[in-house]
Design a binder for this molecule. Structure first.
Ligand SMILES: Nc1ncnc2c1ncn2[C@@H]1O[C@H](COP(=O)(O)OP(=O)(O)O)[C@@H](O)[C@H]1O
Ligand SMILES: [Mg+2]
Length: 327
């Protein structure tokens, strides 16, 4: 059996606030194997970004309190790695792509210098000219026209889509084994979204990197992902291969998510969204956090928290009644 590249077991992230402790991530398990594309989906607030940020310890701690039973990348224990070693992973073997490239780009440094810097940081030779050439090549690779000229420009001279390309160039600069992309296209307009997604796919092929793709777009999931992880209220509620998940979801929340997909074959402008709202993570519901919104809920769901369990080969669901879902 291949070993997972990334292993997360019982990840918890709390944020103490004036109103109480926000349990943003409440026991997440996640494994990512070499080369696979794992999509992470779930409504806003379900803990996707906080999970992604926890991997390389990018949350400010404090206020965040992060704990896990297992948190490893290859054989590195990310719980105990030094800040310097974590920085060496980021932009090296682990590439990060965020929703808002402006937070990741330095506004007072040219795009070319930033990419070259990323290259140099992970190179023993520290050959500045080679790094500059590589930066221009990378910009070309991610579809920035006139790469040599554009490399001399600053982030504010780039459009949103072009900035996102520059960030992708930086993420793949050192041939990563793992790319974590958090809603890489959400801030872009629709025509650019498709191009940037195509680029994420290309980056994945080019590097062979395992990719964790956080998205709320199920169309993207169907097109790109090998495997899907569904999150709700700071937990993983279902995980399955992409075809199996779309063919037969095994958690009522996934059923709701899929039903809210706009369908071309039905003439309606009404989205069949899940009734109700995601819970307040300061005081989440007892038992199964989805029970107040769940059509299958009964007494046991109010009192007993369902764990993630195998319901078919390669499929796990955190529902007491997974066997009844969709039947
Ligand atoms: N710095 C913070 N302080 C307090 N609460 C936070 C902070 N960051 C995130 N949260 C809360 O954690 C929960 C999960 O957030 P997030 O991971 O960003 O969700 P998602 O990416 O799935 O939309 C949300 O309830 C959010 O309000
Ligand atoms: Mg998010």
């Amino acid at each position: 059996m291949t070993q997972p590249l990334l292993r997360i077991e019982s990840l918890r992230v709390d944020f103490p606030t004036d109103d109480g402790v926000v349990h943003a991530v409440d026991g997440v398990d996640l494994e990512v194997f070499p080369g696979e594309i794992v999509a992470v989906v779930g409504e806003s607030g379900s803990g996707k970004s906080v999970t992604a940020m926890s991997v390389l310890r990018l949350l400010r701690e404090p206020p965040a309190r992060v704990s896990a039973d297992v948190l490893t990348f290859r054989d590195h224990d990310l719980r105990t790695l030094s800040p310097a070693d974590l920085r060496a992973l980021r932009g090296g073997p682990v590439g990060m792509i965020f929703q808002d490239p402006m937070t990741a780009l330095n506004p007072v440094m040219t795009i070319g210098d930033q990419i070259a810097e990323a290259v140099l940081l992970h190179q023993a030779e520290r050959d500045r000219r080679a790094a500059r050439r590589r930066a221009v090549d990378l910009l070309g690779l991610v579809g920035v026209p006139d790469a040599a000229q554009r490399a001399r420009q600053y982030p504010h001279e780039f459009s949103g889509g072009m900035r996102q390309r520059a960030m992708i160039a930086m993420a793949i600069a050192n041939d990563p084994d793992l790319i974590i992309a958090d809603e890489p296209t959400t801030a872009l307009d629709v025509t650019i979204q498709a191009q940037v997604l195509e680029l994420v796919r290309k980056a994945q092929r080019e590097t062979g990197a395992a990719t964790v793709l956080i998205t709320h777009d199920l169309g993207v999931v169907a097109e790109l992902a090998d495997r899907v992880v569904v999150m709700y209220a700071g937990r993983v509620v279902e995980t399955a291969g992409v075809e199996a998940l779309f063919a037969q979801p095994r958690h009522p929340y996934t059923v709701g998510l899929l039903a809210s997909l706009p369908r071309m074959d039905i003439d309606t402008d009404e989205l069949n969204a899940i009734p109700g709202n995601p819970p307040n993570m300061i005081d989440p519901p007892s038992g199964c956090p989805f029970h107040p919104r769940c059509p299958l809920a009964r007494e046991r769901c109010v009192t007993e928290r369902p764990g993630l369990r195998e319901v078919a080969p390669g499929r796990r669901s955190a529902c007491h009644y997974a066997e009844e879902v969709g039947t």
